[in-house]
Every structure is written in structure tokens, then in C-alpha cells.
Design a protein around this ligand. Structure first.
Ligand code: 6PG
Length: 276
């Protein structure tokens, strides 16, 4: 795992407890960010796990939603009304309910090529992140049973931490890097904030994803994981020295931000830690 501070690990009884804890933390970060900087810039996770959290959040009125700017950690290249769309899931459970100004909801465009979408969204992120300190206030992430997060899958070039020509596990270039560089704001203008994915093993194959760089600049990252099928990946992520290219979530460790794992009992049962 990159330098970053040790993660906080919270284990709750079930998905409902996980969602409730996620809401509590989301509200806390949102209120602190708005108080400190007048806005809250949050990247929402895709997949199914966050759905209940979003549904509970939609009833929260203690956040000044007019100060909230929403982006997405990744998106599948499908129509916005597709049942596969991360935007649709978030819209149906949260964004279509709370009063965030429409101009502050930044969906990843999908009605174009994946390359063009990634270029556009990279630019969008540069426009919405505060100029003086371009960091997400919060990034919500899920994790697949293979340790992927957002649309960063095992073996992804995004994990090489080197330029596009780096060939993973190529005998000429030596072993995979065991980590990714600690991000610096100094290189913000030259770094990629998101990237096209052409070959995701989890369909659909084409996606746009935020990169480890922009996720690791976040002030806080919350990883939400639930279910028996994630046990092995949770242990590999938190209690092994697996390479980031094998367990991509291990590349997510905010350099100066907080990393929080929220697990249900099933996903966290191999960690041998007490439940909250
Ligand atoms: C996606 C997600 C992906 C997801 C994990 C976990 O677009 O698929 O961004 O990273 O978070 O696959 O998905 P579940 O929450 O459905 O298990």
C-alpha cells in the first residue's frame, strides 16, 4: 500500500448498519467541508453496495445540499438510463431526491467514445476541484471480490504508477511496482485525473475511472464493502503484502487524507476485529 496513514476499520452487523455509519460520516465530512471551504466536493461510488447509503442520505436535511458538488469515481459506458449506469443508481436513490443544483451534479459523459469521455471528465474535474487546493473532500469507493475499486482492475496500467508505455510484468521491464507514488499537488497539471478502460473483466468492458492519483489526493476516502464474497479480498487488501497490481484497492491510501473502511460482519469476519 502506498505511504498513507493506517486506515480506520469499522465493522458493523449488516448492510443497514454499514449504510447508517456511512451516512453519519458523509454528513460529518460534508458539514466540515462546507464550514471550512464553502463547498463539499464528493465522488460517489458505483455498484450496488452504496445504494442503501444513498437512499438514507436522501432523507438527510442537515446538509446544505446547495453547497454540494457531486462527481463519480467511475462510470460504465452505457446510457444514463441503463440499469448498469452508476449515475442512474445514484440519481434514483439520492440525486433525484435532494436539492443539489443540477449544474453541480457532474455525471461522466457516456454518449461518446470512452477516450473522449475520459478527456472530457478529466477537464470537468479540473474545473470543479478548488483551484488553490484541487482535492476531493470525500471519495466513496466500493471493492470487487477481486480487489478492484472504481474501474481499476487487477493488472491495470493505472497501477503501474509509470507512463503508458510501462508493460506490466514484462520480463524486460522487471516486476510490477509494489506501490504507486505518493501523490503531490505539484504534478497536478500533468497527472491524469481519470482514464479510459477498454477491457474491464466486470462488464461492461468500457468504462471511465478516476485514477489512484486523484483518489489519493482526497481529504477522506471511505471504502464500503459488504458480503461474504468479499472476505478474501478484504483480508488481502488489509492484511497482506499483495502487490497493488494484484489487489488494486491497495493503491488507495490518501497521502495526507483519511482512509476509512466500513465493512459489514460478513466481509470483515476474517479480520478478527471487534464489531462496532
Ligand atoms: C463499478 C463500481 C465497482 C464497484 C465494485 C463493488 O462500476 O462496478 O465502481 O468498483 O464498486 O465492483 O460492486 P458492488 O458494490 O456491487 O459489490
Amino acid at each position: 500500500m502506498v505511504s498513507g496513514r493506517a486506515p480506520e476499520i469499522w465493522i458493523g452487523e449488516d448492510g443497514e448498519a454499514l449504510a447508517r455509519e456511512g451516512v453519519r460520516r458523509f454528513v460529518d465530512v460534508a458539514r466540515r467541508s462546507i464550514a471550512a471551504r464553502g463547498r463539499f466536493v464528493v465522488a460517489l461510488a458505483g455498484g450496488n453496495t452504496p445504494r442503501r447509503l444513498y437512499q438514507l442520505l436522501s432523507h438527510v436535511d442537515s446538509i446544505d445540499w446547495s453547497r454540494v458538488h457531486v462527481c463519480f469515481s467511475d462510470e460504465r459506458m452505457v446510457a444514463a438510463d441503463s440499469s448498469d449506469s452508476n449515475f442512474k443508481m445514484a440519481h434514483d436513490s439520492l440525486l433525484g431526491v435532494v436539492s443539489i443544483p443540477p449544474g453541480q451534479i457532474h455525471a461522466i459523459p457516456t454518449a461518446m467514445s470512452v477516450d473522449e469521455a475520459a478527456l472530457r471528465y478529466d477537464q470537468t474535474l479540473r474545473e470543479i476541484l478548488p483551484k488553490n487546493e484541487p482535492r476531493l473532500d470525500l471519495a466513496l469507493l466500493g471493492m470487487g471480490a477481486d480487489g478492484h475499486t472504481a474501474s481499476i482492475f487487477p493488472g491495470s496500467r493505472l497501477l503501474a504508477g509509470v507512463d503508458d508505455d510501462f508493460l506490466l510484468d514484462d520480463p524486460e521491464t522487471g516486476p510490477l511496482r509494489s506501490d504507486v507514488p505518493t501523490p503531490s499537488l505539484d504534478s497536478f497539471s500533468s497527472e491524469r485525473l481519470c482514464a479510459p478502460i477498454y477491457d474491464a473483466p466486470k462488464p461492461p468492458r468500457e468504462r471511465v475511472t478516476m485514477t489512484p492519483y486523484v483518489l489519493n489526493l482526497a481529504r477522506q476516502v471511505i471504502v464500503l464493502v459488504a458480503g461474504d464474497d468479499k472476505v478474501a479480498a478484504v483480508s488481502a487488501a488489509l492484511e497482506s503484502d499483495a502487490r497493488v497490481a494484484e489487489i488494486p484497492i491497495r493503491a488507495i491510501a490518501p497521502a495526507t487524507g483519511e482512509l476509512v473502511w466500513l465493512l459489514d460482519r460478513k466481509a470483515g469476519r476474517a479480520l478478527g476485529r471487534p464489531m462496532r
